[in-house]
Design a protein around this ligand. Structure first.
Ligand SMILES: Nc1ncnc2c1ncn2[C@@H]1O[C@H](COP(=O)(O)OP(=O)(O)O)[C@@H](O)[C@H]1O
Ligand SMILES: [Mg+2]
Length: 170
């Protein structure tokens, strides 16, 4: 059983993945798997360009969790989309010393449900859990994820509406 954990940067993927790892689960961090797939530099956005299609095609499935902001591009048995209310996301990313422009970009992506939409386009609804991390600590989030992969809580998404933040003063 492979479960992807995806979401906008700052939604808490790495922290919840560390919690799952402490609980004995196998966890793969997407960033540790992309080195061979770097095809350039995006100088405007100051990030590496990854050949995600080839990466996804060649990814060797694991029995456990794959954590990273395009984990939903893999053929997962389950996908958890972490969410964070944009004003809270802003605080988290500022603490991480992200440049203002990147904070804004990520708040906008979160307000527009970008990761969720991409996930819904690729996966059966019965496999998707949208999980709001706003005001919920990593152990709580890890509990929900464990219950979901054990089929103890149902798939669910689409109840979050942060469209009010799209045009908000960021
Ligand atoms: N569930 C949470 N509740 C509160 N703050 C969190 C939570 N998860 C992460 N954070 C904070 O947000 C920041 C980004 O978390 P991280 O796990 O690195 O996100 P991601 O891997 O999705 O980019 C961290 O510095 C952490 O302090
Ligand atoms: Mg991370």
């Amino acid at each position: 059983m492979m479960c992807g954990i995806t979401g906008t940067p700052g939604t808490g993927k790495s922290m919840v993945a560390d919690e799952l790892s402490r609980r004995g689960h196998t966890v793969v961090h997407l960033v540790d798997t992309v080195r061979l797939y770097i095809i350039g530099e995006d100088e405007v956005r100051d990030t590496q360009v990854i050949d995600v299609d080839r990466w996804a095609r060649e990814f060797v499935p694991v029995d456990g969790f794959v954590e990273g902001h395009f984990a939903h591009l893999l053929s997962c048995d389950r996908v958890v989309v972490l969410r964070c209310r944009p004003d809270e996301l802003k605080k988290r990313l500022m603490k991480r010393k992200y440049p203002k422009k990147k904070v804004r970009e990520n708040m906008e992506a979160e307000a527009l449900d970008v990761c969720l939409i991409e996930t819904v386009e690729m996966h059966d609804p019965s496999r998707i859990l949208e999980l709001d991390t706003t005001g919920h600590d990593p152990p709580y989030c890890a509990d929900r994820i464990e219950l979901f992969v054990k089929n103890k809580i149902p798939a669910a998404f689409g109840t979050i509406d942060w469209s009010a933040f799209v045009e908000a003063e960021l």
